[in-house]
Design a protein around this ligand. Structure first.
Ligand SMILES: Cc1cc2nc3c(=O)[nH]c(=O)nc-3n(C[C@H](O)[C@H](O)[C@H](O)COP(=O)(O)OP(=O)(O)OC[C@H]3O[C@@H](n4cnc5c(N)ncnc54)[C@H](O)[C@@H]3O)c2cc1C
Length: 424
């Protein structure tokens, strides 16, 4: 099935209703379904709720956990299996460093605003870590430092400039030159920034654990597809695929890389990404501290380890090949390339691909998510955490939208607003 017309390829999915989870990802990732896999009930009548969340991936689950903790009556719907959309393809590095380096973000928004955004992201990972570490069944959560490696046009000089700006913004981290990087981490790159405050997790287990926590506090989970939004009255009426309507005081859209028509944004675009996971490595074949690795080149590469000592390495993004079949057909070739890159990065690895998968991946021009009130629809909120920090941004969305629903605002919400206008 071709889901994209020629002229929109690489920009947006143009037929949101037709996109299914199998279009969002291909292959198999190593993540295991949660112990308490959430059970969806069929929707058999019209219902009325306080908050309806559309989409039960990591974003919808995080929203449901928070809103039920705050005492809200919540209903979550998903048209397919919760967690098996983009969430199951995620490499789940919980990072605060945004896709756009601080230097580049400051060039768009000025230093003060960019620095505040970075600090908010740092706080979000800390908050996310605190939340998840208190949850049962998420034993895959680990604190990690991050090694941001020089690569491509981003050499030692560029990294030093980035480091200096981060220092000015009050962000943690150390600049490590080539010699120190070789001595301490054994990576053969010009330089790196090594920073604390990141984490890693199994995204599918986390998503299911969050949903289970929400269900334990009374959230209802239905097998239903939202097919229409009537926002004309004091409440929002959401039409579903089997003809029943859900009337909600507030609706949160957490539909991942598939946006309904009522959200208009030209800030994001879809690309494809590929990932492999090796078999478990002998512990002495892994790099120091099992740090998260991110290469600063435009054609970036990232890597992490798992609790069973696999190396997960991904990247190779392509915004021209977004049609799911074409994307998935490239998996064997992309796996070879990623294995070659792994051998260069870390020659000690047992470089085999036991898992190979691909995913639709959406980014925004400024590396920031789309979170907040949907313009023109005061009771409808969007929670779209795009980019390599998608999960950090899902957490941020749960903070922002729960406050908005409670009628509260903070000035920093504007940084992530759907109708923000980044400077060209
Ligand atoms: C290869 C890859 C690597 C990544 N690595 C990282 C990483 O290391 N760190 C990080 O933070 N982020 C990463 N991300 C991004 C992160 O995975 C995503 O931001 C996140 O998974 C999105 O979750 P979601 O819940 O918003 O979307 P999804 O998981 O796609 O969930 C959306 C759900 O909405 C449902 N839905 C859609 N439309 C409807 C409808 N009309 N009615 C009912 N249900 C509907 C779908 O069935 C789906 O279950 C990565 C993504 C990819 C693809």
């Amino acid at each position: 099935m071709s889901l994209l017309s020629q002229d929109t390829a690489g920009l947006l999915f143009d037929d949101a209703g037709a996109i299914r989870q199998s279009d969002l990802r291909g292959g198999v990732s190593p993540w295991a379904a949660g112990f308490n896999r959430p059970i969806r009930q069929p929707l058999t009548q019209n219902i009325a709720v306080d908050v309806l969340i559309v989409g039960a991936g990591i974003t919808g689950s995080m929203m449901a956990e928070r809103l039920t903790r705050l005492g809200r009556q919540v209903c979550v719907i998903d048209r397919e299996r919760p967690g098996f959309g983009s969430t199951a393809a995620s490499t789940a590095m919980l990072e605060w460093e945004i896709d756009l380096p601080l230097v580049e973000l400051a060039a768009i928004y000025g230093f003060e605003r960019a620095a505040e955004i970075y600090r908010l992201s740092l706080d979000a990972v800390a908050g996310l870590y605190t939340l998840v570490s208190a949850m049962p069944h998420v034993s895959s959560l680990r604190r990690r430092s991050k090694v941001y490696l020089a690569g491509g046009d981003n050499g030692a000089r560029e990294l030093l400039a980035e480091h200096e700006l981060r220092k000015r913004a009050g962000l943690p981290g150390a600049f490590v030159d080539h010699r120190a990087l070789r001595a301490e981490f054994e990576f053969d790159r010009e330089a790196a920034i090594v920073s604390p405050g990141s984490a890693e997790v199994d995204p599918l287990r986390l998503s299911h654990a969050l949903l289970t926590a929400a269900a334990g506090r009374g959230a209802a989970l239905f097998d239903a597809e939202a097919v229409g939004y009537d926002c004309g009255g004091r409440t929002v009426n959401v039409a579903t695929d089997h003809g029943y309507t859900i009337e909600a005081n507030h609706v949160v859209l957490a539909t991942g890389y598939v946006m309904p028509d009522i959200v208009k944004s030209d800030l994001h675009k879809i690309a494809s990404s590929w990932v492999i996971a090796t078999p478990p490595q002998l512990p002495d074949r892994l790099w120091r501290d099992d740090a998260l690795i991110w290469e600063a080149s435009k054609n970036y590469l990232y890597a992490r380890t798992t609790i069973d000592n696999r190396i997960v390495i991904g990247g190779e993004d392509d915004d021209q090949i977004v049609e799911p079949k074409a994307r998935d057909a490239l998996m064997p070739r992309k796996a070879e390339i990623l294995l070659d890159k792994l051998k260069l990065l870390w020659p000690r690895a047992d470089a085999l691909a036991e898992f190979v998968w691909s995913g639709a991946f959406s980014t925004t021009v400024d590396g920031l998510p789309l979170i907040g009130t949907v313009p023109g629809h005061r009771n409808v909120f969007a929670a779209y955490g795009y980019g390599g920090n998608g999960i950090t941004f899902s957490y941020m969305a749960s903070q922002i939208i729960s406050l908005l629903i409670a009628g509260q605002r903070r000035s920093w919400f504007d940084h992530f607003a759907i109708d923000r206008a980044p400077a060209a």
